[in-house]
Design a binder for this molecule. Structure first.
Ligand code: GDG
Length: 480
């Protein structure tokens, strides 16, 4: 039976977080994050529902309205959190899709949980979507949902967006369930990726794993289905306008000045902000900084590195190990090079509010994004959006999706420590004139390609493709 909503977003998490009130009650607060910002206006306009997990194991709360959006919570048992979320999503797919930086685990029990949970999401989406509605499924945790949903509801327009990279076939081929994942995704009409290279990798996987005729992002399904699926790049972005304005507020500017003062007024402030994840290249960055101190090319007191490492996936083994490695490294650097008066690396294992983040961006002369592999990397775009003063230098890994768009950043290969060191020194020495020229170009790019434009272009392309390449939709069109 069809539901009431014309646009249904399906994502691992709901767009709101549960907050415990002082009086013992609970309420829901909008989660920070680009996807929520991007989709909120469309969801409100289109009468939207959002299907997702509320973030805690156990029975799900009843559906509720928050921020003008119908929220439909999905329940996960404690065992499913371990097997579907920490296991298959973050212990198998995440490392596999990020160039096997750490070894993925392949466990049949994790896969079974992934299938069962994907079915539950598909079921809930099918219940909410109105006749002929659009359903937009998000990210690697839910790759089977498009097919499961189409089986239940062939009338729907189904889109999928992959926020992380899609790996080359030679790596993807390791996955024992590779054909099932491809089939799951091909339930969609349109599959969006961050980079053209990801869309190509996927198209090639359709040929190699499923023997399908697939060229130039067009995948033809067999005569029985008669559909054509499109795979293309839609690089995600940020709410440029909101961050630009926030960074221009007097209190945020004052806080940025205060941060520099609290750091001991060094000549140079370098900044890294990442989830504490092995894909982000935090250890490579620390190694480069340590060697620069060792070489005497950078001095404590003159320069300070602020590294915000937001706690993440703390129950997954490799993340526990990474945290130890980072903390040992920071301890060693500070033990060796800090003085009573000055600290080399300010390591902060917390998460901060939006204002503090904007102030940090404004306080930093050099932003270090050294990811070993990253779907996009929004932090790079956020740094640019915050720099209305047209100052600051972005050092950016060529292995991020953002590198495809932000050509005026200083590009680095994080594995090349000597190259990274030289680029950091170049960034520290860059003339205001050159930095300004680069920052202006970067701001034009991100300002013109914000997250609102991303969401609209994906949804427009989905509507168009569905109308042209889905025989059922075409027949309905002719009949009307
Ligand atoms: C995945 C893909 C892709 C971080 N710490 C705090 C905080 N953040 C915010 C940042 C940024 C977001 O979290 C992180 O986004 P990234 O893109 O940098 O990285 P992932 O979390 O790995 O995201 C990635 C993204 O999905 C979108 O498609 O770009 O490649 O891996 O917005 O600012 N925000 C606040 N406090 C913090 O302490 N408020």
């Amino acid at each position: 039976m069809a539901g009431d909503y014309d646009l249904v977003v399906v994502a691992n998490r709901l767009p709101v977080d549960r907050v415990e009130e002082p009086d013992g009650g609970t309420s829901w607060r909008r989660s920070p994050g680009g996807l929520v910002t991007a989709l909120e206006p469309v969801m409100q306009r289109e009468d939207g529902a959002w299907v997702g997990w509320a973030g805690a194991p156990g029975e799900p709360p009843e559906p509720f309205d928050a921020e003008g959006v119908r929220c439909v919570p999905i329940g996960l048992s404690a065992e499913e959190v371990e097997d579907y979320y920490e296991g298959f999503s973050n212990g198998t797919l995440w490392p596999l899709y990020h160039d096997v930086i750490v070894a993925p685990g392949y466990h049949r029990s994790w896969w079974e949980a992934y299938v069962a949970v994907n079915e539950r999401f598909a079921e809930a989406a099918a219940e909410q979507a109105a006749e002929g509605a659009t359903v937009w499924v998000q990210d690697y945790q839910l790759q089977l949902v498009p097919r499961m949903l189409r089986r239940r509801r062939p009338d729907l327009s189904i889109g999928f967006f992959n926020h992380i990279p899609f790996p080359p076939f030679e790596i993807f081929a390791q996955l024992p369930w590779r054909a099932a994942i491809i089939d799951g995704l091909l339930g969609a009409d349109l599959i969006g990726f961050q980079r053209a290279a990801d869309a190509n990798n996927f198209t090639r996987a359709c040929r190699r794993a499923r023997n399908l005729p697939a060229r130039a992002g067009r995948i033809r399904l067999d005569a029985e289905e008669g559909r054509e699926v499109r795979a293309a790049s839609f690089p995600i972005s940020i709410d440029f306008g909101a961050l630009d304005q926030l960074a221009q507020r007097d209190d945020v500017k004052a806080r940025a000045a205060e941060i520099r003062h609290e750091l001991g007024d060094p000549e140079h402030v370098l900044l890294g902000i990442d989830r504490l994840d092995y894909t982000k290249g935090i250890l490579h960055r620390l190694k480069a900084f340590e060697e620069l101190l060792d070489d005497g090319r950078v001095q404590v007191g003159e320069a300070a590195l602020v590294q915000v490492a937001t706690p993440s996936r703390e129950r997954v083994e490799q993340y526990v190990q990474l945290r130890q490695d980072v903390e040992v490294t920071v301890g060693r650097i500070n033990g060796t090079y800090s003085t009573i008066a000055h600290t080399g690396v300010h390591y902060l294992h917390h998460s901060y509010g939006r204002e503090e983040m904007a102030a940090l961006f404004l306080a930093a002369d050099v932003m270090l994004v050294t990811a070993l592999r990253d779907g996009m990397n929004l932090v790079a775009k956020e740094y640019v959006a915050a720099r209305h003063d047209e100052r600051g230098v972005l050092v950016l890994s060529e292995f991020t999706g953002a590198a495809d768009e932000l050509g005026q950043a200083l590009m680095i290969n994080p594995h090349d420590i000597d190259g990274l060191k030289d680029t950091i020194v170049r960034a520290l020495a860059m003339s205001p004139r050159e930095a300004g020229r680069r920052m202006r170009a970067l701001r034009r790019r991100v300002g013109d390609h914000d997250v609102q434009r991303w969401a609209a272009s994906f949804l427009d392309a989905l509507a168009q493709h569905h109308a042209e390449h889905n025989p059922q939709a075409a027949a309905a069109e002719r009949a009307s």
